[in-house]
Each structure stands twice: as C-alpha cells, then as structure tokens.
Ligand binder design. Sequence first.
Ligand SMILES: Cc1ncc(COP(=O)(O)O)c(C=O)c1O
Length: 445
Amino acid sequence: MSAPQARNTYSLDSFWMPFTANRQFKAAPRMLVSSAGMYYRTDDDRQILDSTAGLWCVNAGHGRREIADAVGQQLATLDYAPSFQMGHPLAFQFAEQLSINAPGGTDAGLDRVFFAGSGSEAVDTALKIAIAYQRAIGQGTRTRLIGRERGYHGVGFGGLSVGGIVNNRRVFPLLPGADHIRHTHDPDRNRYVKGQPEHGVELADDLERLVALHGAETIAALIVEPIAGSTGVLVPPKGYLQRLREICDRHGILLIFDEVITGFGRLGKPFAVDYFGVVPDLVTTAKGLTNGSIPMGAVFAKRKIHDAVVQGQPGQIEFFHGYTYSGHPAACAAGLATLSIYQKEELFTAAAAVEDYWQEAMHSLRGLPHVVDVRNIGLIAGIELASIPDAPGTRGYDVFVDCFNRGLLIRVTGDIVAFSPPLMIERSHIDDMVSILADALKRVF
Ligand SMILES: Cc1ncc(COP(=O)(O)O)c(C=O)c1O
C-alpha cells in the first residue's frame, strides 16, 4: 500500500459529493487512502474491513496488481482511441471474452456486447436498444418502458424513470409512459427467510395488469434487478422471475435483467441468469466488470436483437448511440485482467462455497436490538432495522458510523444494512463483520 496522504492539506469544499449529506460529511469526514485484499486504510491509519466490496464492485478484492499492471501498460501503449468509426484490438478482445463467458453460457445467446462507462449508462443503453429493436421488427408503437417499485437502475433519466426509489425520482421530470409493477417485499409472509422466499410468485402477474391498462403493443421492455440491491436487498420469490419471463414472452415484451450488482460471481454463479435459470433478452453490467478499478459498463444483447438492429443500408450507422468512453482501452485492459483473475481463482463459484456459513452468520443477528428482518442470498445480506418514528434513516446512519469507527465499512440504505463483501472472503472476516455489527446494534439508540 502506498503511504497515506497527510490529513488536512486540502480543502473539502470544492468536491460536491454524490449521494452524500455533504455538510454532515465535511463536518466529520471519513477518508480512505489505501486498500489491499479485504481491507481499506483510513487517513488516521486505521484498518477497515470492507463488507461492501466498495460499492458492490471490488469482487476480486482490493489492490490487484495484475489489473494495475495491465492498465498501466495499456495507457503507455494506447491511452485512448475513439470507438466511433474506429477500433482498437482490446475492445474486440474483451467483448469476445465476455461473449464466451456471457450470462447463461453460450446457449443463452447473449453474445453481443455494447460498452458504456457505468451502470447508469449501461441501463440507458439497454432501454434504447429495446426500443430500437421493437421498431426494427415493425413494432414501432412499443416505446413504453416498465420497471418495478423499489428498483434502482442508476441515475440517467432513463434509469430514473424505470427506477422506483422515491427520493431519487421526486424532484425530476421523467420519461413519459414509464410505469412500474409492484415490488416483491412481503414481510408478513416472508420475514427472516433464508434464500428465496416461498411466497409471492403471483406478484409477477402485476405485469398483466399493466398490459391490460396500457396495451401490450405500447410496451417495449420490462427491466428488473434479479435481486433488488440498493433498496435494501429484496430476494425474488421462488418462480417469480420465471413467471415474468413467461408473461413477457406472451406479450412480445423484452425482458432486461439489470445485473450491475448481481453479475460476476456475487451469487456463487457467474450471473443471476445462471443462478435462477431464467434468460432475459438483455443484461446490463458494470462494477465487477473491471473489479471497480476503471469505470465501465456493458450490455449483453441476444444476437437476434443485435442482428435486427444492425441491418439496413451498408454504410449507414445502424444505432445512433454510444459514448466517448465506450470500449476505453484502459477499461478493456482492466476488464480482461479482471476476467482472468475471476477464472484463475474460480471466483465465480467462490460465494457458493461460503454461502451456508454466511447465511447462518447473518441470521445469528436475529434477536439483536432493532433487527426486524434478515434476508440473504449468495454473498449478499440485508439486515433491516426498525426505523425511529419520524426519523427514518437515523438509526441506520448511526450504526454505519459506529461500525466505521470500529473498523468495519457497511452500507446502509435508510435503516437497512446491506452486506456484499469481496468474493474471496474467509470465515474469520464474516465473524468479524457480525461481531462489529452486533456490538453497534447494542450501542446505538
Ligand atoms: C442495479 C443497478 N443498476 C445500475 C446502477 C448504476 O450504476 P452506476 O452507479 O455505475 O451508474 C447500480 C448502482 O448501484 C445498480 O445497483
């Protein structure tokens, strides 16, 4: 690890921080200055166990030399190349490797890859591909996009419009026509469930309600997170995703899985597509794609979707969409190095080996002060705390700060603690996570 930067040699004023209570943070900052393996180090030289893989992205652990070397070498060789009417080898090589390792394996046919710069961009790209595809097959009236309540699909206007988290939405005008099926949270029937809940397959039928309301011929696509992460870990009921697939098929609606957090081994399989055995038409990814090292997103598209859009007069641009950084050389180098680590260290299945221990450890938190539910799947867990009346989020924040002060980085959304550690986690790390969180729960009001 490089030497920590001295404290207080810079002002905190200029950086307008994302998704942060800026004034609160700047009054009492928490600064990370280096990282290795399962740990961060703070500017006051404390070690912090990372129970969130950064922001659900550092799946192979921190400080991977192979990625740093590949990126450094690439920047020294070809720092940037446009992908508009130009190419460079690494973008094609990385897309090819991703297609070989695509969600659902080669049989699923999700073997065409569009690069973006983030999860939000991947989502907006997928939504646009869906509309472009419908138009290409003569279904031009299908422009409506459907999401799900409590869904998170990033912060572009497309992703916000299909997203279902009210604080992200309420200030902004959104895409006309976007609508939402209901969420799957049903604590009365599914509290403290281990893995997938038994109850709730019928919640998928809510899509039929929207078909009856709007007409199938107006709907281009449904986008869902296979596991809703940012809203506080909602695991789909058994059979639910299969039923969504059936309803989409019945009505000519494309199904998009947003695998920005479930992709690249989080569930003990390469993707949620593999875990649940349900194949959508488009899959969005980011985060673990480059182990969080260089910003990048990617959309996997079924070949039939690609082929329907990529046609027409030769010499004509088929899809008017793309980013300056689509297929950035440094990101592709990072991605290729990341994929090779995942394969060499068998990280796509690592979560499965520790899942039982993880599950029991998480459910051992049941009965502690404030805990009202525990949910888990793969290497993900959500621990829901009772909110303080009229002050939602306060208890969650206090727990977060208490854990950080005692050497554990957790993520809280409102009053729900979410865990999603690097995939090479060992049992001793899990024990530490549970014990620091348990102490915090006993301490906070
Ligand atoms: C499911 C999902 N989709 C999209 C995004 C947005 O990704 P980004 O923050 O890289 O734009 C996230 C980020 O957490 C996510 O969890």
